[in-house]
Ligand binder design. Structure first.
Ligand code: TLP
Length: 376
């Protein structure tokens, strides 16, 4: 392109990034900031956010609150910190937090709800990770002085480790009504809430209108380099601001990253359907590959989790084989592999991943068949 500048070229190279042309489907956290984000970061107006003086952070928080129809918002460096802050605000030491067994707050946040907030997870095992009010009600502790007390219900939407499944909004509403009637709060780990909104064809404000607090990530499907946001009432956010500082999240001139977050928030939700179509294509392709197992009809957002036990390879082994062939995937259980679609992998990348998966599965299954023929 004649008008292309040296900076554009450098930006494009940065975008290709460390994966060096590999199809990196390990997570939607791996995306690089777009040229527009980088330009906005370079020219961001900043101030000291610990004094509440960073105009870009303030704009991002105000816009997030507006989009969710909540009173206020708090910019945090990570999703884990956002969830921890919400749990800390809504609970006291010794309380229980109801969550799904494979929930991120239960498995992947270093037990911070226990180590820092002093709470105990009370897990529910739910099909597809979607808890019903009846399942939740069954584990709520009676108000007897010698029992630990339930304080909070944490819903994840989409549900990462169940393959990006989505809560029907009516079910979220029912859970909130039930919880509120018992004096309990509901927090939503909405790391991928915009993916859920895309899948449902609804907006995040109506999906979360009864939820007391929501954490969502700018740095996943929305493609920002850093950052998450917690939204809720003004009183909740003011308490959250104190805990953010306590756990080391006071970020000073954070407008530099908030500038990219603003672009992610405004522009990215509108393109998530592409990631979902790519995920559906991946799932349908995988369903055709001998040795791999997936219910493609269940894939509604950008996460594809399949079973590889039929190949005779463990998920770790299969991911290593894939990696050597330029397709990066994530093992999530001994025979489960996760692929996450995102802005930096296009349809050609998806097709390439399917070709490589097909070849490797055939190779692995061939080896397995030969080995079983040798067995007396
Ligand atoms: N998820 C990561 C890993 O930690 C598993 C990923 O690659 O999917 N809630 C949910 C539902 C998440 O999926 C994640 C990150 C978080 C919270 C935490 O966000 P960060 O990484 O920003 O702390």
């Amino acid at each position: 392109m004649a008008t292309e500048t040296k900076t554009d070229v450098v930006m494009e190279l940065n975008r290709a990034g460390a994966s060096g042309g590999a199809v990196d489907l390990r997570s939607d956290t791996v995306t690089r900031p777009s040229a527009e984000m980088r330009a906005a970061m370079a020219s961001a107006e900043v101030g000291d956010d610990v004094y509440g003086e960073d105009p870009t952070v303030n704009r991002l928080e105000a816009r997030a609150a507006e989009i969710f129809g909540k009173e206020a918002a708090l910019f945090v460096p990570t999703g884990c910190m956002g969830n921890l802050i919400a749990i800390k605000v809504w609970t006291h030491h010794g309380d229980e937090v109801v969550c799904e067994e494979r929930g991120h707050v239960n498995l992947y946040e270093l037990a911070s709800m226990s180590a820092i907030a002093g709470c105990m997870p009370r897990v529910v095992r739910a099909e597809d990770g979607i808890m019903s009010w009846n399942q939740i009600a069954a584990v709520i502790r009676p108000t007897i002085y010698y029992d630990s007390q339930t304080a909070l219900i944490c819903l994840e939407n989409t549900v990462n480790m169940w393959g990006g499944t989505v809560y029907p909004t009516a079910q979220v509403d029912e859970i909130c009504d039930g919880a509120h009637a018992m004096g309990l709060k509901v927090h939503m780990d909405g790391a991928r809430i915009f993916n859920a909104a895309t899948a449902l064809g609804e907006n995040v404000a109506s999906m979360t209108r009864k939820v007391d607090s929501v954490m969502f990530c700018l740095s996943k499907g929305l493609g920002a380099p850093v950052g998450s946001i917690v939204v809720g009432t003004r009183a909740f956010i003011e308490k959250g601001r104190v805990y953010r500082k306590m756990v080391g999240g006071g970020m000073r001139q954070a407008g530099v990253i908030a500038a990219a977050g603003l672009i992610a928030l405004e522009k990215s939700p509108g393109r998530l359907h592409i990631d979902h179509e790519n995920a559906r294509r991946l799932a349908e392709g995988i369903a055709q590959i001998r040795g791999l197992r997936i219910d493609a009809a269940k894939v509604r957002s950008n996460i594809v989790i399949f079973d590889c036990s039929g190949t005779g390879k463990t998920a770790v082994e299969l991911c290593e084989m894939l990696h050597r062939r330029g397709v990066w995937a994530q093992d999530t259980a001994p025979y489960s592999v996760r692929l996450v679609t995102h802005v930096d992998v296009n349809r050609a990348g998806i097709e390439r991943a399917l070709v490589v998966l097909g070849e490797l599965a055939a190779e692995a299954s061939g080896v397995k068949a030969a080995a079983s023929r040798r067995t007396p």
